[in-house]
Design a protein around this ligand. Structure first.
Ligand SMILES: CC(C)(COP(=O)(O)OP(=O)(O)OC[C@H]1O[C@@H](n2cnc3c(N)ncnc32)[C@H](O)[C@@H]1OP(=O)(O)O)[C@@H](O)C(=O)NCCC(=O)NCCS
Length: 176
């Protein structure tokens, strides 16, 4: 969907449709998280290159302002080792530093919601220790605080999608 914010033309695309943007977003996410977690940039890029499901997880979305990529989010099959049975997850939410604080994340969260509804996913999950307020504003609910040995505790959140479209597409947790 194309939206306008001021003079800017905003749209959300996917890694599947814009593989040329993959190196850019992989580098953002590598610098933000994966480097610290011991992955190489090449491994990170390969991981997101695989996030190209047509329906359901794994899918990586990219927010583009005019022709510039400015953010990303992933619909992931798994994300938190402490909750291996929950799926799917909202993961890798990122807006480039120079665009933060202007609500761009909303467009990423809306693209994520739309993908969940399209895949008839009843409930999605996320964990955070920095951005609860962003997700509460977007309709997510707090579930619990999870204490983790030798790591920071995290907040588990959920979003339910009760108004499922009659699409005939069944959610399959094995997808992605
Ligand atoms: C979290 C993030 C995606 C939010 O995106 P955004 O488009 O800036 O979202 P918003 O404009 O709604 O602002 C979110 C919050 O950041 C604050 N903020 C304002 N300017 C900011 C800036 N320059 N840098 C960081 N945060 C800023 C806002 O005041 C707002 O605070 P609040 O939620 O307490 O009200 C973005 O800050 C980001 O990419 N952070 C690094 C990665 C990250 O932490 N991801 C979330 C992992 S769970």
């Amino acid at each position: 969907m194309v939206e306008h914010e001021g003079d800017e033309r905003l749209h959300t695309t996917t890694v599947a449709k814009r593989p040329d943007l993959l190196p850019v977003i992989a580098e953002w996410l590598w610098n933000e998280w994966w480097k610290r977690w011991g992955r190489s940039l090449e491994e990170t890029q390969a991981m997101y290159a695989a996030c190209r499901a047509e329906i359901g997880a794994p899918q990586t979305f990219i927010l583009v302002a005019d022709d510039t990529p400015i953010g990303t989010v992933t619909l992931a099959r798994k994300d938190l080792d402490e909750r291996p049975n929950l799926t799917p997850w909202l993961a890798g939410v990122f807006v480039i530093p120079e665009r933060r604080g202007r609500g761009y994340v909303r467009h990423l969260l809306e693209a994520f919601d739309e993908a969940c509804r399209r895949a008839s996913i009843p409930t999605a999950w996320l964990y955070t220790n920095t951005a609860e307020r962003v997700y509460l504003r977007a309709g997510w609910q707090l579930v619990e605080t999870i204490d983790r040995p030798a790591k920071r505790s995290v907040t588990l959140m959920r979003r339910d999608y009760p108004d499922l479209p009659v699409s005939g597409v069944e959610h399959d947790a094995r997808l992605g």
